[in-house]
Design a protein around this ligand. Sequence first.
Ligand SMILES: Cc1ncc(COP(=O)(O)O)c(C=O)c1O
Length: 392
Amino acid sequence: MTTRRYRPAARMAAIEPFHVMDLLARARKLEAAGQDIVHMEIGEPDFPTPDTAIKAAHIALDRGKTTYTPATGLPALREEISAFYSRQYAVDIDPARIVVTPGSSGALLLLMSALVNSGDKVLLADPGYPCNRHFVEQVNGVPVAVPVNGSTRFQLNAALVEAHWDTQTRAVVVASPSNPCGTCVSSDEMTSIHQVVVERGGDMIVDEIYQQLVYDAKPRSILQHTDDVFVVNSFSKYFCMTGWRLGWVVAPEAYVRDLDKLAQNLFLAASTPAQYAALAVLGDEALVGLEQQRDQFRQRRDYLLPALRDLGFDLLVEPEGAFYLYADCSKFTDDSMAFTLDLLRNAGVAITPGIDFGSHRASEHVRFAYTTDIDRLRQGVQRLSRYLDGLG
Ligand SMILES: Cc1ncc(COP(=O)(O)O)c(C=O)c1O
């Protein structure tokens, strides 16, 4: 009998799994054994996809809309997204600059493929969204983790970008609000970063997928200041369509043909029924409900943030958006992974260890997601309180 040789590509060594998936699997096991778990680890809305979108998808399927769309997306959807920019941000975006993708993950992969040569560096905030470094690795680029902390609201700023930029650097990724911290980059800082990048002949990718989930201010887009930028967005979070796998990128005109060619080759197109559903979700009917849900997320943040501070977690900055709180847990542990596992087992509360978001002080941080209703959050806080009392 011959044994099949296992020969993964070298880059596989740099691709890490989500530790939270492991935690989620353990949580499901405990639930199957009868234990009640308060889930504060899940990075997707607990609200269902708006009804109008589901109906639109049914209609599309009934009408046989099951074939490929153009690689850049349904023309009608690109136009609707353009109209969305004009309503939300008062900016005029040519639909031809919008490329519809399988999730914003698809958009990020397209951008790295289109921009980054082998060995090129891409600056990323640490802590930050972990997949970004893997997208860079995927195209044999070099992710450069730039440590960020409370002094810059856990975000990159122009000074940090300038300090870390060298001749090999090709691009920077900024997410506002960010995952895991929920903090934003101000418009002024965003334009300063952009200036630094442009002066050095690089490119800036701005992830605005949580921009519709900013609670105390109007959503802002860097597209209000410049067209010379790549903006990714998604139907996953605000629009509650994680499983439909739909996002988009707004690109400078010169790059659209490249993204089109890449999309043709990498995906052919995004899901057709999902695109029809998305057409409906951008309309006023769905937006009313989505805005009410946004308000619920805000209420949850306003409950959970002081509650965690009262328990002794250190939250240096108040996040403006997304549905995450990134908390310093060093008062309780110097191993956040072990802490989250123990908390799950002994208190029935699931949260995400900092290690999922980078390496900078990761073992002293955990992420709470308020993607569960406020009563369950209260229950989670009570359990945490008992658990932490037991530690003392
Ligand atoms: C900051 C950020 N960007 C991108 C994504 C990818 O989302 P999707 O591919 O569902 O649009 C996520 C998902 O959690 C995220 O948190």
